[in-house]
Write a protein that binds this ligand. Structure first.
Ligand code: CTP
Length: 396
């Protein structure tokens, strides 16, 4: 995806420096050329050797002992960059760049580059909110430096607040999105569902399934990176939604049905990766059910089939995509779901396979497309699968 593109990463002295390793590794997986510059203080927080091995390139540090080489390298590095990413960026490095200070390898190279510069800050929340840091960031934004905003949470120092480095995946998505400039879904509304539904029996018990939401969230991330206007209707899950999408949280299938039908009105693409419970308890008790010595029979009634409902009101030009979770007869079962729900595409996965399906980060899928085309895919990450699915959707 990023073959032929060079990302120069500047790692500064924030405690989150170790996360640079994951950022580099994710960029390498996308086939980018990665070159790393470390500030002196960052080398005390993560080893040069680690970043050298992951980036497969020499790591540049503050080589004051070799001024000649340093002079040449900072210009050639600056020129080679398609994107310059500073992650993590400390208050100090942001301040230096904003003030035009160029006194080490990183700040000198930043000053010499014509590439787009992305800055992912990470620091203590009091430092982040300090008016000087805020003013420096405002200034850099005003001259078109792009910030990948930090999140909130418990910070390394034990404080709670803003200043946590954005997730490596979010950072890489932003950079990759810029590099591919694949704004192929700009102006399109994409409606996605993810996760399980939960169907209450009483105030303490419910019926659900093993869906983690990872597949649907990966799909949302991909749609965002293609510039779409994304609405994600999510059942209860433990993962953070990707930045830049509108998240609507629901619990039951009935709630999901209502929201999805409402949101589908002006959607161009609808992808249902949620694992919707087909049944719900006929009675939801207001109070906790007390045990007795007898067997307990729970009577269930059918939930709406959301995809089927969508197919009944489908507008011309709308693309409807389903997922099929199967444990046997994968293709035959997926095919009949595709026909029954009148889908344009179905992504079938065998959830009984090891290292694939529910809860896993990977998936092995077969894509069936309206008109009879079939694509059998290898085991791959859910993010990679999302890319392939959206490539196919765009063809439709
Ligand atoms: N789906 C839905 N509403 C339901 C059940 C499923 O919209 N009540 C959607 C899912 O989001 C998925 C597709 O239909 O995109 C197939 O879901 P799956 O659970 O694999 O199959 P079911 O249609 O429920 O059939 P079965 O449980 O018999 O395999």
């Amino acid at each position: 995806m990023l073959k032929g593109k060079t990302v120069v990463i500047g790692v500064s002295g924030s405690i989150a420096a170790y996360k640079a390793a994951e950022i580099i590794s994710l960029l390498k997986k996308l086939n980018a050329e990665v070159k790393v510059i470390m500030t002196k203080s960052s080398t005390r927080l993560i080893g040069e050797c680690t970043l050298q091995t992951l980036s497969n390139n020499p790591v540049y540090t503050d080589m004051f002992s070799e001024p000649f080489r340093w002079e040449i390298d900072h210009i050639s590095l600056a020129k080679s960059a398609d994107v310059f990413l500073i992650a993590p960026a400390s208050a100090n490095i942001i301040g230096k760049i904003a003030s035009g200070i160029a006194d080490d390898m990183l700040t000198t190279t930043v000053m010499a580059t014509e590439a787009k510069i992305f800055i992912a800050p990470a620091m203590n929340s009091k430092m982040y909110l300090n008016p000087i840091v805020q003013k420096n960031m405002e200034f850099l934004k005003s001259i078109d430096y792009k910030f990948i905003e930090p999140g909130s949470g418990i910070l390394a120092c034990g404080d709670e607040g803003i200043g946590k480095l954005a997730s490596p995946q979010d950072i890489v998505d932003v950079v990759a999105g810029y590099l591919t400039s694949k704004q192929t879904l700009k102006g399109k509304k994409v409606l996605l569902t993810a996760g399980p539904t939960i169907e209450s029996i009483d105030p303490v018990r419910y019926i659900t399934n093993h869906s983690s939401g990872k597949m649907g969230y990966a799909m949302a991330r991909e749609a965002v990176s293609r510039g779409a206007d994304v609405t994600l209707v999510s059942g209860p899950v433990d993962i953070d939604p990707p930045k830049g999408c509108n998240v609507i949280r629901v619990k039951s299938a009935v709630e999901m049905n209502e929201i999805v039908l409402r949101e589908s009105e002006d959607s161009n693409i609808i992808v249902k990766s949620a694992a919707v419970s087909d049944y719900r308890p006929k009675i939801t008790h207001d109070q906790k059910i007390k045990k007795s010595n007898d067997d307990f029979v729970l009577e269930l009634e059918r939930n709406p089939d959301i995809l089927k409902n969508l197919s009944k009101i489908k507008k011309s030009g709308q693309v409807l995509v389903g997922f099929a979770a199967e444990t046997e007869n994968l293709i035959a079962n997926a095919k009949s779901k595709m026909e029954e729900k009148q889908l344009d595409m179905i992504v079938a996965n065998d959830v009984s396979l090891k290292h694939s399906g529910f809860k896993s980060d990977k998936n092995k899928a077969v894509i069936l497309i309206r008109g009879g085309e079939k694509k059998e895919l290898e085991l791959m990450t859910k993010q990679e699968l999302s890319r392939i699915v959206f490539d196919e959707i765009e063809k439709l």
